[in-house]
Write a protein that binds this ligand. Structure first.
Ligand SMILES: C[S@@+](CC[C@H](N)C(=O)[O-])C[C@H]1O[C@@H](n2cnc3c(N)ncnc32)[C@H](O)[C@@H]1O
Length: 201
């Protein structure tokens, strides 16, 4: 989907919950706050949650209407987030950051690789990279998420994307998540990759 299509979705109604994804909260909840970038932040649920936990966050998305919802929610909740309307394929932060988060950003392989490499290159030494998304296997085995296989990937794809960069993987796997569809419990499959830029690199 392009920026106009996402904008139309966000203009029509809220798209996501106001609370963070469970994997994101579990992976990041214990980190000491610093500077963070939420790439493809949408309505900013993770950026706002991080800001509430003391992070100085920049939320980037090409859908202005999504970020506008985020800005209003941040004001209501009394937290400060920097909102930037930009294409994450070409955007990069001015300074290295302590955390880059990518949650449910689904791009074709060439763009994905570029974003993943930029994300790792944007980390300060000791900084954390966290990616959570729909796993490539979710189309055949799971439920929900994009049904276009060209925009889905595995943990191995993400590790291959950042090969050769200073990156120490801490977690790279497929994770099952229970969802209720029409009153019936189903399983969705997510990909999670977390790693660090080694200190001193
Ligand atoms: C499924 S939503 C996830 C939003 C948010 N990360 C969350 O988990 O709530 C995907 C987001 O990716 C954004 N997006 C997709 N491609 C993008 C691109 N090239 N540049 C910036 N944002 C992009 C869309 O606008 C949308 O907000």
């Amino acid at each position: 989907m392009d920026a106009d299509a996402w904008d139309a979705r966000y203009a029509e109604s809220p798209q996501w919950s106001a609370t963070p994804n469970d994997l994101v909260a579990a992976e990041l909840g214990a980190l000491s706050p610093g500077t963070a970038v939420d790439l493809a932040a949408g309505e900013g649920r993770h950026a706002i949650w991080l800001a509430e936990h003391g992070w100085a966050v920049t939320a980037v998305d090409f859908a202005e209407a999504g970020l506008a919802r985020g800005r209003r929610a941040a004001e209501d909740r009394g937290v400060q987030v920097t909102w930037e309307v930009a294409d994450v394929v070409t955007w990069r932060p001015h300074e290295p950051v302590d955390l880059v988060l990518l949650a449910y950003l689904h791009l074709v392989a060439e763009e994905r690789r570029r974003v993943h490499r930029t994300a790792v290159e944007s980390l300060a030494p000791g900084g954390t990279f966290l990616l959570v998304g729909h796993d490539a296997s979710n189309i055949a085995e799971g439920v929900g998420g994009p049904q276009d296989p060209t925009v889905l990937c595995t943990a191995e794809d993400v590790l291959a994307d950042v090969a050769g960069l200073p990156f120490h993987p801490q977690r790279a796997e497929r994770v099952a998540r229970t969802v209720v569809v029409d009153g019936v419990e189903r399983t969705a499959y997510d990909v999670v990759v977390r790693g660090q830029r080694p200190s001193g690199s």
